[in-house]
Design a binder for this molecule. Structure first.
Ligand code: DX5
Ligand code: ZN
Length: 227
């Protein structure tokens, strides 16, 4: 059996060479990636500072047509939504702790023409989904504490993925279940078996010598998980 066609590999550009970002994104897409995972950090909600809408727009102007999955680790959230929509974001996801009005933020993202996602830190309960899952296109389970690339996968995230998968499967709509943090070739099969269908991976891909070989190895593992 081949890998399920709906597994998406989303390299996190946090681990790319920022001095050559356009080339890096083109290279990883040419190597078989599906989605560009775009980490936005504000040195406030998380203790690190990265990139904003101008860089998203620059990637679009560079010719990137793949979906851009904007992961907002910022507080407040709302003011940035329209900027990222105008900059060409496809998905915009945010952490419930960072928004005073989660339902309003989801609606802002949808009204701006983007796909809304909600992100769960390792200690954040899935109960935040109780009244909004139906409004989402993406649930993102953090398998590390947000802020840095290259951390180790927190194993208890597998139970959370299984629980989120059950909630999603009880819905009538297509909602992606993304995992983010410590995803590597040697654990991606178990992560897929726990229910994730969208794999954000930064250091495992950009830290490798051969992006195409690493993504192919991930897909081989995903086929194994689906078999
Ligand atoms: C962490 C970011 C991740 C990060 C993952 O806060 O949200 O997307 O880049 O990096 P790796 O795959 O190296 O754990
Ligand atoms: Zn991320």
């Amino acid at each position: 059996m081949t890998s399920k066609p709906d597994y998406l590999i989303a390299p996190s550009i946090l681990s790319a060479d920022f001095a050559r970002l356009g080339e890096e994104v083109n290279a990883v897409l040419a190597a078989g990636a599906d989605v560009v995972h775009f980490d936005v950090m504000d040195n406030h909600y998380v203790p690190n500072l990265t990139i904003g809408p101008l860089v998203c727009e620059a990637l679009r102007n560079h010719g990137v047509t793949a979906p851009i999955d904007v992961h907002l680790m910022v507080r407040p959230v709302d003011r940035l939504v329209s900027d990222f929509a105008a900059a060409g974001a496809t998905y915009i996801s945010f952490h419930p702790e960072a928004s005073d009005h989660v339902n309003r933020t989801i609606a802002l993202i949808r009204d701006a023409g983007c796909k809304p996602g909600l992100v769960f830190n390792p200690a954040t309960p899935l109960t935040h989904l109780d009244h909004c899952l139906d409004d989402l296109d993406l649930v993102l389970i953090m398998s590390v504490n947000p802020g840095f690339g290259g951390q180790s996968f927190i194993t208890s995230s597998l139970d959370k993925l299984r629980a989120a998968r059950q909630l999603i499967d009880a819905q009538d709509r297509d909602i992606h279940l993304e995992v983010d943090g410590g995803v590597r070739v040697d654990n991606i099969a178990g992560i897929a078996a726990a229910g994730a269908d969208m794999m954000a991976a930064g250091s495992a891909i950009f830290g490798s010598e051969d992006y195409a070989a690493t993504i192919a190895a991930m897909r081989a593992e995903l086929s194994r998980a689906a078999a």
